[in-house]
Design a protein around this ligand. Structure first.
Ligand code: 4AD
Ligand code: MG
Length: 464
């Protein structure tokens, strides 16, 4: 039999029948009897498997011994309409070549129906499951859509550094980057570690945000966005926190807080609509298997306006709700996800944008309101997730910004360059950060952030 070049399984479902095709992929299951065997093969191009039908009079059963779940195969055969109800087409096998076997006694994904917890322990193999295939394809589609959206809107993609000497969020939970010998670091006269002898000649860390550098570029190019890995060393072992996550940070000159909210709402609706249009098969699978309201929730977000109100109004609603929260609410506290979700899921039943937070709980760069108590922050809160976006209008006034930096006792000598944007050609500007994995939690309906990134980094976990 002549061996045509490989065709992807997703293409087979659109191809004419009666032709000889070659597919390559991994066995999901094999069943059958003495006359006939059925192999379900998947190559990652779609959630759907292709059924390979093997006539055991033509291909001896002996040859199929190593065709077990997890094995990698080439199959060449004729594409025909399927008689079974499960699939439109199938392949009548002419030739089967086993590229790599997968021992049935030791292959961890031998059986179906593993829990998500179990799959986290075999994160090196979980891309082979239907669930992770679907999630990873959706993750790709969302990354692509993000670039597409900003490109269409005239934003420039800026690569901000991962190694930094400044703490953008002022939260102090950063991973150090050093080449010093941690057992014998050089000391200065005061007995502290002498970072002048370190690789960069100063203390450096992995970035918690690309925003500050993003602002520099926005104040030159107009509208920019960053999309890169972000690192936080906070010991938050929750289903919504990663130590290494990806963040999208648009930054826009001449935008005020209300322009910023309009962009955030339009952006996120575009992404959800894109997923509904381009990831229909994978979303249907996740809807059927994990969360029967997923598709409805996604449609809902596309079709409703986001509720906009101030933090103060939000806190009032929570105080009057009569609801018992694990963490009590009062004006000035940082809202917990239980509070955010109450507002979104119970009170407004739609996404909510809260603005004008108390300045003590927000970062130094946010524009200070005239009341002296609040800053022009905005958090976008989503059903099931809580905070999905955090952003603000930026303080463009040099003196006010400097005063706040001093108030927060931040190190000026690592921020002088940032202050320069307010010395030279300052203007109103705004931006926000969307947590990529939080977006994916929403779009896939998964409930643990470890399940929407291929190799999660969380406290005590960096194995794979
Ligand atoms: O609210 P955050 O901390 O805001 C910033 O970093 C700003 N510099 C953004 C800006 O204005 N350019 O983080 C933004 C978003 C959060 O809303 C959340 O979605 C996500 O990043 N995020 C995390 N995602 C996963 N794991 C973590 N540990 C996260 N911390 C924040
Ligand atoms: Mg935040």
């Amino acid at each position: 039999m002549e061996t045509p070049g490989r065709i992807k399984i997703i293409e087979l479902f659109k191809s004419a029948t009666g032709v000889v095709v070659t597919v390559k992929g991994w066995v999901r299951s094999k069943r059958g009897n003495k006359q006939i065997a059925f192999i379900a093969l998947n190559d990652g191009s779609t959630i759907h498997n292709i059924q390979v039908v093997v006539d055991l009079n033509k291909i001896p059963e002996e040859q199929l011994k190593t065709v077990t779940t997890g094995a990698c195969l080439r199959v060449t055969g004729t594409l025909v309409e399927s008689l079974g109800s499960g699939q439109p087409v199938e392949i009548q096998a002419g030739e089967i070549e086993v590229y790599g076997t997968a021992d049935a006694d030791t292959y961890p994904l031998q059986k179906k129906g593993h829990t998500l917890e179990f799959l986290r322990d075999v994160a090196h193999l979980r891309p082979r499951t239907n669930t992770f295939g679907a999630i990873l394809r959706i993750r790709h589609a969302m990354a692509f859509a993000i670039h597409h959206y900003f490109n269409e809107q005239g934003f420039y993609y800026i690569h901000t550094p991962l190694i930094t000497a400044s703490d953008a969020e002022g939260a102090g939970a950063m991973f150090h980057v050093t080449t010093l010998d941690i057992n014998h670091p050089p000391k200065n006269e005061q007995g502290a570690i002498d970072y002048t002898q370190d690789f960069f000649g100063r203390e450096t860390s992995l970035t918690v945000s690309g925003q500050l550098e993003g602002e520099l570029c926005a104040m030159a190019l107009g509208q920019i966005y960053t999309f890169g890995p972000t690192f936080r060393a906070e010991n938050s072992n929750t289903p919504r926190h990663l130590a290494e996550f990806w963040m999208i940070e648009p930054e826009m000159a001449f935008y005020n807080i209300s322009d910023n909210m309009d962009l955030a709402e339009d952006f996120i609706k575009y992404l959800v609509r894109y997923a509904l249009e381009h990831c229909a098969d994978d979303l249907k699978f996740l809807n059927d298997m994990y969360d029967k309201e997923l598709l409805e929730r996604l449609q809902g977000v596309c079709n409703t306006g986001f509720e906009r109100l101030s933090y103060t109004e939000g806190v009032d609603i929570l105080l009057k709700s009569g609801q018992k929260f694990e963490f009590p609410v009062s004006w000035g506290v940082d809202l917990q996800s239980e509070h955010e979700r109450y507002l979104v899921e119970k009170h407004f039943k739609r996404p909510v944008i809260l603005t004008d937070y108390p300045k003590q709980i927000k970062a130094f760069y946010m524009k200070q309101n005239d009341d002296g108590k609040t800053v022009r922050a905005m958090d976008v809160l989503f059903p099931k997730i809580g905070e999905i976006i955090g952003g603000s209008q930026r303080e463009e006034d040099y003196n006010k910004l400097l005063a706040r930096i001093n108030e927060d006792k931040m190190e000026i000598d690592s921020l002088w360059w940032y202050l320069d944007t307010r010395r030279f050609g300052s203007a109103e500007h705004s931006g926000f950060g969307l947590g990529f994995e939080r977006l994916l939690l929403f779009v896939t309906g998964m409930t643990n952030i470890r399940d929407v990134i291929p190799f999660p980094r969380t406290p005590k976990n960096a194995s794979f």
